[in-house]
Write a protein that binds this ligand. Structure first.
Ligand code: BGC
Length: 755
């Protein structure tokens, strides 16, 4: 098509609403975000598209700039030029995206712009703490701001779409992707998922500083058996709905524009072929109006899953289940036309899929100006801006969780002799964790550098102690012990940085043990023998079993992978310029045998209460306690908080009443500090068994030393509701216990009766 004709098509389709409105409205007018204007435009466009062009819109290929899965094709330019590929991921920067956009706009018949996606998970170039770390802040505003910064940078780099938030509930630390999640709890996970969507998308997708969110991985990917990635998921509909679905729903309610499928099967059906998930729940029950993309090669993987014999069948199952876009595998591209010709997929189905995608391109304003994200000046200004780094720094401080602080070893006084030990203390790459998008290790400050800056060169020594080999857990070379021990002997304080190599976390990094490598365990014990104060910083992407190491240290701070600005954040906390306030978003088990272990477990018919339960026949282990190493919600502060005076608005309430619970929290220590005040609810008797307690509220509250605050929570009918025995959602009369405190073991209790 000549440029002139293309222009005429553009004008006819995209300019005047009156033209658009003259097109007969279809059902899509309801579905495309109740935006009739967009629905009309989509309809108009579809009416002039060939089947091949429509199929092209359902295709997403990687450009090969980043490797996030097996690469199966190499000539994306040609695929774009031929109109066979309407969407690209793993390519960024204004220069690179503009080049591809020019091909799509100038060299294809209709000039439909490309959509550019990328995994911007915890920052684009300015890297924030890993998602599990951010979640430990329990600070929804800061989390939203983190996503906002990521969106600003990503969109300034020519991107329209991020494959985030990942909201998979995970209760299995063997699963490496727990690091990408918000942890174990559906309530916390829902609020965090929604905050991230708001941060990425802002109020208006047309705003060029925002990106479309993609809620992933639908559904229940975090429950893979034995924590092995991509493994089978099998659970009751009740557990699915009670625990796993709420965060996806919350993120969609916050307006998320797209959803990604998960690799796993549920109840015998691979998610990427699940009509139950995509048509029944997502579209019909929840009224989702955005588009659904598969995960990487997930359509092709229906073959090894054993539900399709070839890509033809796989594509058929997938699109008919309600999936709109095929990531990387080419199954839609190669088979949809034949499927339509053979009557196995309807053209309406293809229109629907392509329509959902085109609607987003309209919403992003790409048809008005396909190059609106191609602004090199903005790119230069936005990337790693002072403001962005400041936000990452603030977030990092908030993400740290103080796990132990005997005798108030922390905060350290400056200008003591500090022996910094551990390869992780001097590693830039590890600071960024997995899924670091375009983050560059060069731009990350190390812990060693930041500590040395504050404590002075002459008072700070460094020894590697242990060394890592990226994918070798058993690598054992203790030649660094001698220097480390020597430095430690000469120092007043040992500052050991231990944990996991970043490459042991994230996708395809499942572990069958969750302890530290032997080399680190041995170093811990050697250093502990010196009888010097030992402060430990833990860098890890999953809850780990570190009971021996906790015992061997005087203080321990969980810092996850803290991001580009993590080094200075650590130094601030170590030297008391910032009082840590993070709380664990996932339970830390004592050992791998306790998994799954989470705070909202059921009581069982034979519960075990230490010191009370007598005899053998209880739900417990022989040689390990039932309790975890660190419970969900746990985290210390340099100060102490005392809880008292818990009150409920009424001891008898009816189903439509709100219940108000208040508590007094006093800062009884020597530092100002923030406390995450947490509320847990127990529904004592139900038609089905109820968890021992569920998180139903939290408030991060800053309290000056010596001062008190009254913290108030409101429980609504929804908070008291659950899926009753007949699977209807609602309340049942009876007694409720409310516990308020600083973690999931909170003891301060008040009760009320629901009439
Ligand atoms: C991951 C997704 C990711 C996609 C694209 C997959 O392997 O499971 O989370 O968004 O790759 O990079």
């Amino acid at each position: 098509m000549s440029n002139k004709i293309r222009l005429i098509v553009f004008l006819a389709l995209y300019t005047t609403i009156s033209v658009a409105q003259s097109v007969t409205p279809t059902k899509k007018a309801d579905v495309f975000f109740n935006e009739p204007e967009i629905a009309h435009k989509v309809d108009s466009l579809l009416s002039i598209m060939t089947i091949d062009e429509k199929i092209g819109q359902t295709v997403l290929f990687t450009s090969g700039w980043d490797v996030t899965g097996p690469t199966v094709r190499d000539n994306v330019m040609e695929e774009i030029r031929s109109g066979r590929c309407g969407n690209i991921f793993n390519r960024h920067t204004v220069a690179a995206t503009t080049k591809l956009q020019e091909i799509a706009v100038n060299e294809t018949r209709l000039g439909i712009p490309l959509l550019f996606g990328y995994d911007v998970i915890h920052g684009h170039r300015t890297i924030f703490p890993i998602s599990l770390g951010e979640s430990a802040s329990w600070d929804l505003e800061a989390i939203e701001e983190g996503a906002r910064v990521a969106a600003r940078e990503a969109s300034a780099s020519g991107l329209h779409w991020t494959f985030a938030p990942m909201v998979d509930i995970s209760r299995d630390p063997r699963w490496g992707r727990i690091s990408e999640s918000a942890g174990e709890d559906p309530y916390l996970g829902s609020l965090i998922g929604a905050a991230r969507v708001r941060g990425f998308q802002g109020d208006n997708l047309k705003d060029v500083t925002t990106v479309m969110a993609c809620v992933k991985h639908f559904a229940a990917y975090g429950a893979s058996q034995a924590g092995r990635d991509y493994h089978t998921v099998d659970m009751s509909e009740r557990v699915l709905r009670e625990t796993y679905l709420p965060p996806y729903k919350a993120a969609l309610d916050a307006g998320a524009a797209s959803v990604m499928t998960s690799f796993n099967e549920i109840d015998g059906v691979p998610a990427s072929a699940s009509t139950h998930l995509y048509t029944d729940i997502l579209r019909k029950e929840w009224g989702f109006n955005g588009f659904v993309v598969t995960d990487y090669l997930a359509v092709n993987e229906l073959i090894p899953h054993g539900v399709a014999k070839d890509k033809y069948q796989a594509a058929k199952l997938s699109i008919n289940a309600g999936i709109d876009m095929d990531m990387e595998g080419g199954a839609f591209m190669e088979n949809l036309k034949k499927l339509i010709e053979n009557g196995e997929v309807t053209e309406e189905k293809l229109d629907e899929a392509a329509g959902y995608i085109l609607a987003m391109k309209f919403r992003l304003g790409l048809f008005e100006d396909p190059f609106r994200y191609s602004n090199t000046k903005r790119e230069k200004k936005e990337i790693l801006s002072k403001e962005n780094k400041e936000a990452a720094y603030q977030m990092a401080k908030k993400s740290f969780v103080l796990l132990k602080n005997d005798n108030q070893v922390l905060p350290l006084k400056k200008n003591q002799k500090i022996a910094v030990i551990g390869q992780l203390a001097n590693s830039k790459r590890d600071m960024l964790g997995s899924w670091k998008a375009t983050g560059s290790p060069k731009e990350a400050g190390t812990i060693l550098k930041a500590i040395t800056k504050k404590n002075g060169k002459k008072n700070t020594t460094f020894a590697k102690g242990y060394t890592f080999k990226p994918l070798d857990f058993d690598h054992y070379d203790n030649s660094g012990f001698e220097q480390a021990i020597k430095n430690a002997k000469d120092a007043d304080v040992i500052l050991l940085v231990a944990g996991e190599h970043w490459s042991w976390t994230g996708e395809a990094t499942s572990r069958t043990n969750i302890h530290l490598p032997q080399i680190q365990k041995d170093l811990f014990q050697e250093l502990a023998k010196l009888d010097k104060p030992m402060v430990v910083l833990m860098m890890n992407g999953r809850p780990i079993a570190i009971g021996d190491e906790v015992d061997a240290s005087d203080a321990m701070l969980e810092i996850w992978y803290p991001g580009t600005e993590g080094g200075r954040a650590v130094a601030d906390v170590i030297f008391g310029e910032y009082n840590p306030s993070g709380k664990l978003p996932a339970t830390f088990p004592r050992n791998v045998g306790q998994i799954p272990i989470y705070h909202s477990m059921k009581n069982t018919g034979r519960p075990y209460t230490p010191g009370v339960s007598k005899g053998k026949y209880h739900s417990k282990y022989l040689f390990t306690k039932n309790t975890p190493l660190f419970q969900f919600g746990f985290g210390l502060s340099y100060t102490t908080f005392e809880y008292s005076d818990i009150k409920v608005s009424s001891n008898k309430v009816s189903a439509n009443d709100n219940v108000t619970v208040s508590v007094t929290v006093k800062n009884t220590g020597d530092y100002d500090g923030a406390e995450v005040v947490q509320l847990y609810l127990q529904d004592v008797i139900g038609s089905v068994t109820r968890p021992v307690r569920e998180l139903k509220g939290f408030k991060k509250t800053f309290i000056k030393k010596g001062k008190s605050a009254t913290v108030e929570f409101t429980l609504s009918k929804d908070d008291l509701s659950f899926f009753r025995q007949d699977m209807s959602w609602g309340t049942e009369p009876g007694d409720f216990n409310v516990f308020v405190g600083g973690d999931s073991d909170a003891e301060l209790k008040v009760s009320f009766e629901l009439e």
